[in-house]
Design a protein around this ligand. Structure first.
Ligand SMILES: Nc1ncnc2c1ncn2[C@@H]1O[C@H](COP(=O)(O)OP(=O)(O)OP(=O)(O)O)[C@@H](O)[C@H]1O
Length: 333
């Protein structure tokens, strides 16, 4: 656990970036710092690896004050990923990732082999390992940045807006990859973003900060959406928080309706389209599975030409539908 106790940071010009911040960041989970520009997210994050020194208060990791040892040793146990990845431009991708293991005294062969494993793990095409960072796309560079931060197998990973500089599609992929990776590695990840949607998607816990570095709320995303602590948090999570909260309601709470006759299936029972009297079938639209959220079911319903969302099993076979009545009933309950 990383614990902040009454932590304040005042810069030499008098700016109080963080004011008496107290919170407990659980181990092996993702905690996201979110808040408007200038609220002290980066300052709070960087005080954990002491690239910014706090002015007062204490920060401890697993009960030990981070000021007890020297900052270089502290940083070896903490991976750090920043926007634009911050890779060494003159080193090949694989050597970027191998940098820390080499510093730790590993032999070159083992360091490179580990680097290749990590690059594979973060989903980078290994053909790119011998390139220089400038020869990669922004999204690929970010994957390398994550691999590099993982290279020394740190317990903690600090990630400062790592996906902000890439386009929305790549950003979505990187978010999914991070969640997949975290299911494997279970690190203590502290992630900074100004994007509430990203915070809700990635965080096991979300710390909402307010300008002046004050903690407005620290809660799991479902709690944040259901019970914002004050008007600031409420406005920050946005008007459509009810819709977003559907992400946390499971499909298993739905009772599906039977497959209607106008839904045309192939031999394996997979939906092909909707019959509407014309020669061509209307498209099925996005389908959903039982492991999706209620938000996926609503999306399927809203984009279906018949206003019926189709649920399929893992083989793609249709197993039931939701319509407005079914969904409204589930939401009421
Ligand atoms: N070196 C510095 N000297 C003086 N003030 C600083 C310094 N670095 C940051 N600040 C100020 O501290 C406050 C918090 O900055 P910080 O970068 O932590 O915020 P942030 O929430 O990460 O912002 P953003 O989302 O815009 O990156 C801001 O008012 C900023 O101007």
């Amino acid at each position: 656990m990383i614990e902040f106790e009454d932590v304040t940071k005042q810069y030499p010009d008098g700016t109080v970036a963080v004011d008496k911040l107290s919170m407990r960041i659980p181990s092996n989970e993702i905690t996201v710092f979110v808040g408007p520009s200038g609220c002290g997210k980066t300052t709070s994050l960087r005080m954990i690896n002491r690239t910014i020194e706090r002015s007062s208060g204490t920060i401890s990791i697993d009960g030990e004050d981070i000021n007890a040892g020297d900052p270089v040793t502290l940083r070896r146990g903490i991976g750090y990923v920043i926007q634009h990845a911050g890779l060494f431009p003159h080193k090949k991708v694989v050597d970027n990732v191998a940098t820390v293991p080499l510093l730790l005294g590993w032999d070159r062969k083992k360091a490179r082999a580990t680097a290749m494993e990590l690059l594979e793990r973060v989903g980078l095409d290994l053909k790119l390992a011998e390139r220089y960072p400038a020869q990669l796309s922004g999204g690929q560079q970010q994957r390398v940045g994550v691999a590099r931060a993982l290279a020394a197998d740190p317990k903690i990973m600090l990630m400062d807006e790592p996906f902000s500089a890439v386009d929305p599609i790549v950003r979505h992929q990187l978010q999914e990859e991070l969640l997949r990776l975290q299911r494997d590695i279970g690190k203590t990840i502290v992630f900074v973003t100004h994007d509430i949607d990203e915070a809700i998607k990635l965080g096991d816990n979300v710390a909402v900060l307010q300008v002046g570095g004050k903690l407005a709320q620290f809660a799991p995303p479902s709690e944040l959406l259901a019970n914002p602590a004050d008007p600031f948090v409420e406005s920050f999570v946005g008007q459509d928080r009810g819709y977003r909260a559907l992400t946390f309601l499971q499909i298993s709470e739905l009772e599906f309706g039977p497959l209607p006759a106008e839904l045309v299936l192939d031999e394996a029972g997979r939906p092909m389209g909707w019959r509407n009297g014309a020669a061509d079938l209307l498209p099925v639209g996005p389908v959903f599975t039982k492991s999706d959220s209620m938000r996926a079911a609503l999306d399927s319903l809203l984009t279906s030409p018949t206003q019926q969302g189709v649920c399929v099993d893992e083989t793609g076979k249709a197993i039931g539908i939701v319509d407005h009545n079914i969904l409204a009933g589930a939401l009421r309950s």
